[in-house]
Ligand binder design. Sequence first.
Ligand code: GAL
Length: 647
Amino acid sequence: MLGVCYYPEHWPERFWKRDAERMMALGIRHVRIGEFAWSRLEPARGQFDFGWLDRAMDILHAAGLKIVLGTPTATPPKWLMDEYPEIAPVDDQGRVRGFGSRRHYSFSSDVWWKESTRIVEIVATRYGQHPGLEGWQTDNEYGCHDTTLSWGPEDLKAFRRWLRLRYQSPEQLNEAWGSVFWSMEVQSFDEVTLPNLTVTEPNPAARLDFWRFHSDQIAAYDRMQCDIIRARSPGRWITHNFMGFVNDFDHWKVAENLDLASWDSYPIGFVEKFPFTEEERTRWAETSHPDIAAFHHDLYRGVGRGRFWVMEQQPGPVNWAPWNPVPKPGMVRLWTMEALAHGADVVSYFRWRQAPFAQEQMHAGLNLPGLDELSTGGREAEQVAGELARIGSLPESAKAPVAIVYDYETYWSLMIQPQGKDFRYEELAFRWYEAVRRLGLDVDFVAPGASLSGYRLVLVPCLMHVSEAARTAFEKADGVVLYGPRTGSRTRNFAIPENLPPGPLMDLVGLRVTQVASLRPGLAHAIKGAIEGEAVRWRDHVETSSEVLAHFADGGPAIVRHENHLYAAAWTEGDTLAALIRHCVEQAGISATAVPDAVRIRRRGPLAFAFNYGLEPYVLAEEGPFLIGEKTLMPQSLAVWRVAAAD
Ligand code: GAL
């Protein structure tokens, strides 16, 4: 169940055999290689050097390791960029993002597609049947370093092509975007401009389409790679390593190409990336927040239709966050077990040995730079390997009682039109997740429109546009469904629905939204009733004849219920959100036991896992026997036990 990312091209060849043997001795069985190696595979156009990779793969295989090979497209080499400078992406200020790091390509460049096809075909043909090869990784972290959107001439060309297909005629485009506003109408698709560098804000429907277009491109680009690999490497699976807190493209769509999802887990680095309060950042600086990795494990288990890997696991301090502390002792072990508890097939550490050179020289590995000596994280990985051998194979994850509907378009829509500066989708979804997890419950993530049957509680933090399929799924849901503010507030073309929000959900929830208010920090509207607390950041002003569970002080409905559908006309957080989620959990008849804010529980089939991210010991209600750990959960430690059948 353990793997590692390895870069044979970074080390003298005499290291390879010993590295492979030491991986095996540590308990590692999977190794990912090759994803940045283009300049070594093809140092100049048409001049290939496969010898080193042939030998490296043979050595890894001979040692007993299973190999995951990355296609090298995240790093087009210098000669290619010189030949075709138009491959480079362009930022929203019109500046070229050039050669010198990685991900320096635009998905819109035709020549880039041709070159990607060529190199993927060559690599897949050469290695597709290698006996040590178990699977493939396409590219590396689509969208990382803000590389989903690009704003160059190639992008404009491709965007116009995409619009032509979608709208057929300029009239229909004008109609869909509402281009009559500010005289933005075009007479032909060739008149369409990029939605950037305008005097004031560009049309929101145009921006949303620009985002959709790029997202579709990533899915198609990934599909192109997968089709080539499948034809040349039958019997091997394909994944892509997604990132944490990257929402710029639709992961559900990309994953349709893949056999399993994977993601790169840097729990401490992400503490700085997410909009936590400064107090929270300091508190969780050396352990990470207990829901950061878990949120993504659950999301990617959903994205991967039940199967996911952690392709890169933080093994110690990283180099790329504003501050990079050493994880507290025990955290590398804890994160590894936590990923497995959430259903990961494999946890693969990034990386085998710290590189003493180049951009990531401050990034830890399982080994110290240049030496055959395990780092602190490496020793923890070794401990995990021993413990996993004791547990044996892990069972399948069961369906969770709670589902969260997660939607990438909603993220884009709210980036385009926050209306209140702090209305952030990923924050909303994360806080709802946190509130459920604080009740000790397991969570699945589902795409909008996917079946919700069998879930006792369905949470929809926000879904701006409710498609026909999504509406049907909500209507058929047999559990309690809770919708957050602004759900159903836009049509597919980014207009306010004719019947007013929540548009297609109106008959399910029995209300309409006639005004909305964003609330600046410090401004709150009190809520009283079955749920008590306050609205912050946002309030929908609602008219309803349905049951009102809680009111605002001015009498306006705050929480509305119609049969099994509840609507929260407010952004809630902290105690108010906790009360709202608790209410829904009770309504759904789910039995729940609250855990302290630093402790989390997760079940994988008949196994239960507990994790302590905090500073204080926690005494579990469980009496054991424990497969790992004990009744008292010490700080940064974990326990595993078998759940009695009745649970
Ligand atoms: C990931 C990336 C790796 C490495 C790592 C460092 O985002 O896929 O190549 O850069 O971060 O933490």
